[in-house]
Structure formats: structure tokens, C-alpha cells
Design a protein around this ligand. Structure first.
Ligand SMILES: [Ca+2]
Ligand SMILES: [Ca+2]
Ligand SMILES: [Ca+2]
Length: 305
């Protein structure tokens, strides 16, 4: 199915639940309006570069993936079907979800899939996508991902200007690409595993960083000892032998409890009881002191077992 021409194309779903079983090609700006409690299912959606797909209405548009162009979710939900691999990877040049930070009104639901935003010029795009993820986690509006039983996975957002990956899930990417990877909380380097490598991010950026790759795993805009908690609790997840990390995990928890004291222990206890949450409000703290403490810690922890 193809939409083309110079005018805006419109697809309305006002009754029932429908499915388009062939790939959709969006060659002119297109609005897909799905009314409340209605749904439209589609396979691959390809948007011509420079063109846009806008989802409106309170209902749901489900797709296998979206690639190309600009994607705007102005109402309801645009959902990508669970896949978790290369076939479910969406790649867009720009992304908008209606509302403002902290008050979104629509949802891009990525399930267990990754997302690339191949932008042209640097700006606030990395922060913008990160805020959408944080809002999605807190309110269900924004960007949402599959919630696991342990609630330990999220869409980690990184700017490839920092990560410098040549490709992602088989797609060649440039340095001006935002990578959204569905992975474990604490996986700073987006390799799908939480290992001692990931401590480096927090060690280096404690008190100064504000991005996921710098160790801000609770998305509160700063890297604090709270962000150690999540690595400690998820250590070994995503590896082929998670159980083998148990003794190292208990060592790290002991070390951090001794190093950071009550604040760390309180946070650890809370997370163990209630699960991990993202934190909307930045927490002030004596960062300079913690940076010094962590620098000494970094040297000790990565000796081989
Ligand atoms: Ca780019
Ligand atoms: Ca990792
Ligand atoms: Ca943080």
C-alpha cells in the first residue's frame, strides 16, 4: 500500500479493528487517525526521507517497524510488535511524541525492540529521547518498552557521537545517530550485559555526567551513588552465566556499602523491596566528595577474580 502525491494523505479508522497485510510506503506526508478503542495493524512502514507519518486519534496503530522520515505520535499509541531483533528495529530521522516533558499525552510503545534516530544536526535530541523514555516509564505516556517480571529492562538511550559504533543490528550507522537499546538497567556500554566494565561509566562521571553512557541509569539527570545500586543489583544479567557473578556481586555490594554508607544502603534496600524506578527529580548531594571516594574504588575493583 502506498501513499503518494503532494497533499497530505489521510487514513481514518472509525469503526472496528483492521489490518493492512502488505508493507506501507509513505511517500507523502500521511496522517493515520485511529479512533478511541479502534485499531489498525500494519507490517513494515517505510517513510520517504523528508516525509512524515503522523499517528493521531486515541486508538492504536500497530506496526512491525517504522523506517525513514519523520515520525510523530500526536494521539493514542503507535506500537511496534514484539520482535527483539533486527526485523523489529525502527529507524527514523526525527521523532515527536505529543505533550511536554513530564506531561506527555501519547505513546510510542517499542515493546522489546531497539530504536535508532538518525539525526542530521546535533541539538537536544539525545536528551529529548531520554526524557521521552523517562516519561514513558513514569506515566505510560512517552516512549514505553516491555516491562519484565523483575522490571529490570528499559530503552537505554545513547548518542553514537559518544558510543562510536559502526553498525547496530546489522544496519550501518553514522556518528549522528541516537541509539535506543532495550537492555538491562546498568548496561552503560549497551553490550546487552551488566558486567564490571559498566562500572567505569559511573566511576568516570560521578557528579558530572547526565547521560546513560555516563552512568545515569535512573534518568534523573545526574550520576550519583544511586546509579551504582543498579549495576550492583543487576551484575551478571545478560551474560551467559549470570549465576557465576553472585560472589562478585556480594563483594561489590559490601564494598559500596562501606564506601558510601547509609545513602547507598537505604537505596539498595528500597530497590530490593520495591524494584528499580526512574527518578524524576534531580537529587542534590556532596558530589566532590563522592568523586574522590570512587576514584580510589575504581582501582581496586577490576582485579581479576
Ligand atoms: Ca545521522
Ligand atoms: Ca554492559
Ligand atoms: Ca542518576
Amino acid at each position: 500500500m502506498a501513499a503518494s502525491g503532494s497533499n497530505t494523505a489521510r487514513v481514518y479508522v472509525v469503526q472496528g479493528r483492521h489490518r493492512i497485510s502488505v508493507p506501507m510506503a509513505i511517500a507523502s506526508n500521511t496522517i493515520v487517525d485511529v479512533a478511541d478503542d479502534r485499531s489498525l495493524g500494519a507490517n513494515d512502514v517505510t517513510i520517504t526521507t523528508g516525509r512524515s507519518l503522523t499517528k493521531s486519534g486515541k486508538g492504536t496503530l500497530s506496526v512491525a517497524r517504522v523506517r525513514g522520515g519523520l515520525l510523530t505520535v500526536n494521539g493514542g499509541t503507535l506500537a511496534v510488535a514484539p520482535d527483539g531483533g533486527a526485523a523489529g528495529l525502527s529507524i527514523v530521522n526525527g521523532l515527536n511524541v505529543a505533550g511536554t516533558p513530564g506531561a506527555r499525552t501519547s505513546t510510542l510503545d517499542l515493546a522489546d525492540n531497539d530504536l535508532l534516530v538518525d539525526y542530521a544536526t546535533a541539538g537536544t535530541i539525545e536528551r529529548d529521547v531520554r526524557e521521552l523514555v523517562r516519561d514513558g516509564r513514569l506515566s505510560g505516556f512517552g516512549i514505553t518498552s516491555l516491562r519484565t517480571e523483575q522490571d529490570d529492562m528499559i530503552l537505554a538511550v545513547a548518542d553514537n557521537a559518544q558510543l562510536q559504533r559502526p553498525s547496530w543490528l546489522g544496519q550501518t550507522i553514522d556518528a549522528t545517530t541516537i541509539i535506543g537499546a532495550y537492555t538491562f538497567f546498568g548496561d552503560a556500554n549497551l553490550d546487552g550485559m551488566v558486567t564490571t566494565d559498566d562500572y567505569v561509566a559511573v566511576d568516570l562521571n560521578l557528579g558530572t555526567g547526565d547521560a546513560w553512557v555516563e552512568g545515569d541509569f535512573d534518568l534523573n539527570g545526574s550520576v550519583t551513588t544511586d546509579d551504582y545500586v543498579v549495576i550492583d543489583l543487576n551484575l551478571g544479567k545478560g551474560t551467559s552465566t549470570p549465576a557465576a557473578w553472585a560472589s562478585q556481586q556480594s563483594d561489590m555490594i559490601g564494598l559500596h556499602a562501606a564506601q558510601f554508607g547509609e545513602a547507598y544502603v537505604t537505596r539498595l534496600t528500597h530497590v530490593r523491596e520495591h524494584g528499580w524506578t526512574v527518578t524524576p527529580v534531580p537529587e542534590p548531594g556532596p558530589f566532590g566528595l563522592l568523586v574522590t571516594a570512587a576514584a580510589g574504588l575504581a582501582n581496586r575493583r577490576r582485579k581479576p577474580e
